[in-house]
Design a protein around this ligand. Structure first.
Ligand code: HEC
Length: 187
């Protein structure tokens, strides 16, 4: 089942090899539809409820009244279930692990997913005994890799503050079906 979860990011990474490497960050901007997106770029929504930039990277989408896309909201919840113990609430960091709301200012999507899947040790932030675990076998993280990236990117770009998210888009049927497939649950 894990293979099914990883299929999307892996295929994405292959697609990207041909294209020029996108800039790691541009900060938040106002998109043509008036919402907040990365660099104000137009973002397309798929049937999962996921927004994607023209270069294929997943992204956040927050409307004028603060309504966030489902992935940003889901990423917020998953982050606070799986990552905040070490990385601090709202991606702010702790004495143990770096502030991911900072890391994602320069980290690319590929670098992020690679780090979460395979872990990282002592590469500039932690000390020898401060280790980023490999989450490649943990479905509670792998099934939500894009959600986590999208939430943390929104934090890094300044599109999302430290407030608890309130308004959000609904979870789509397709998202629920995908989630069940990722966990090997019947639909
Ligand atoms: C057991 C503690 C722990 C947990 C839980 C944890 N991390 Fe980490 N993480 C670390 C440490 C420590 C580092 C720094 C490693 C280093 O640079 O040597 C790190 C580094 C990272 C980095 C690289 C940051 C940079 O600036 O290079 C990313 C990305 C990351 N973690 C994402 C996550 C995500 C997403 C989750 C939740 C799914 C998570 N981590 C859960 C401890 C943790």
């Amino acid at each position: 089942m894990l293979a099914a979860c990883l299929a999307a990011p892996v295929a994405f990474a292959q697609d990207q090899q041909a294209a020029p490497a996108p800039a790691a960050t541009t900060g938040v901007g106002t998109a043509p539809d008036g919402s907040k997106t990365e660099g104000g770029q137009a973002a397309t929504k798929d049937d999962l409820g996921k927004y994607t930039l023209e270069d294929g990277r997943p992204t956040y989408h927050i409307t004028n009244d603060g309504t966030m896309d489902w992935f940003t909201y889901s990423g917020y919840r998953r982050y606070h279930a799986e990552c905040h113990v070490c990385h601090g609430p709202d991606g702010m960091g702790s004495s143990y692990a770096p502030a991911l709301a900072n890391s994602l200012k320069t980290m690319t999507y590929e670098e992020f997913t690679e780090t979460v899947v395979n872990g990282k040790q002592n590469v500039g932030h932690g000390t020898a005994d401060q280790v980023m675990p490999a989450f490649g076998q943990n479905l509670n993280v792998m099934c939500y890799l894009d959600d986590l990236y999208i939430y943390l990117k929104a934090r890094a770009d300044g599109a999302l503050g430290r407030e608890r998210p309130s308004k959000r888009e609904d979870k789509t049927k397709a998202y629920g079906a995908n989630e069940n497939q990722c966990f090997g649950r019947p639909n």
